[in-house]
Ligand binder design. Sequence first.
Ligand code: GYE
Length: 344
Amino acid sequence: MKFKKLVAVLSSVLLMGTMFAGCAPSSTTTAPAASTEKAAPAAQEEAKPAEKPKNDKLVVGFAQIGQESGWRDAETWSILNTAEELGVDLKFSDAQQKQENQIKAIRTFIQQQVDVIGVAPVVETGWETVFKEAKDAGIPIILVDRRADVPEDLYAAFIGSDFILEGQNAAKEMAALLGNKGSIVELQGTVGASAATDRMKGFTDELGNYPDMKILASQTGDFTRAKGKEVMEAFLKAYPGQINGVYAHNDDMALGAIEAIKDAGLKPSVDIKVVSIDGVKGIFEAMAAGEANVTVECNPLLGPQFFQAAQDLKDGKTVEKWIKSDEGIFRQETAKEDLPNRKY
Ligand code: GYE
């Protein structure tokens, strides 16, 4: 499935917050009503033994957060596309940024007796009850890209990045850009999300090594371009002529901040240094145009690792508790050469 086509399908189907089953080409665009293969066991049970046959298709439920960023779209694409390639029966839900919708989706997956549930927890807390329900039903949970604050026995694995390290790397890059001296504003991700909490911690801790660098202000832009712009506009008004750098917890917010900086008559990456996290194409374009400085990569293409872990769990194998992704740091100097190689 092509990325653009997928995004179009997502916008039209998933925005409604519905759930649909199967990721094969035939079912991706089908109406939610088609998702009944696993939901009507009664009729089947009379003909077949109650137990699921061994070696049957891998059945997975995935409770996605929403469509707040280019990174998120790339992750969704990776999940849908890998399921299609592997022939996995995928039930996919878009929670439109709401934890209650993710919890509802997980409960539906439990009823549908999926083999494994994947969830990208929008915030860190509030998962214990529903994860216990999955555990009682014998369904392992894989945390994808963000962590949940639950006891270790309530999830099988976390697949994703080291957000603290990303924050530390971002701080080192900012220090190098500013000659170890200057005032920074921070655009935080969604409040309560592990990706935001840890990116803030890593950055702040690392900044402790640079006595002449300080954070002037820090506020959430909810991982979106629109809010990133809005908050940056407010910062520029509140601290005229005082901001040397902006650190954004994701590229989308940085792209919003760049617009705000330009609207204020300043040059992004020159008058105000721009450092962010993710590595989406849009920020490479901005770097190539000389408007952003550095992105610390966070890989969203987690589909292959996710379904491998799901299959291993179904097969009764043990999986690593933290499956990490390989990531780099990319700077303005090489952006033009890097751009054609970017996959998301
Ligand atoms: O950095 C951001 C997204 O959870 C790691 O969520 C993910 C973050 C990603 O919306 O762009």
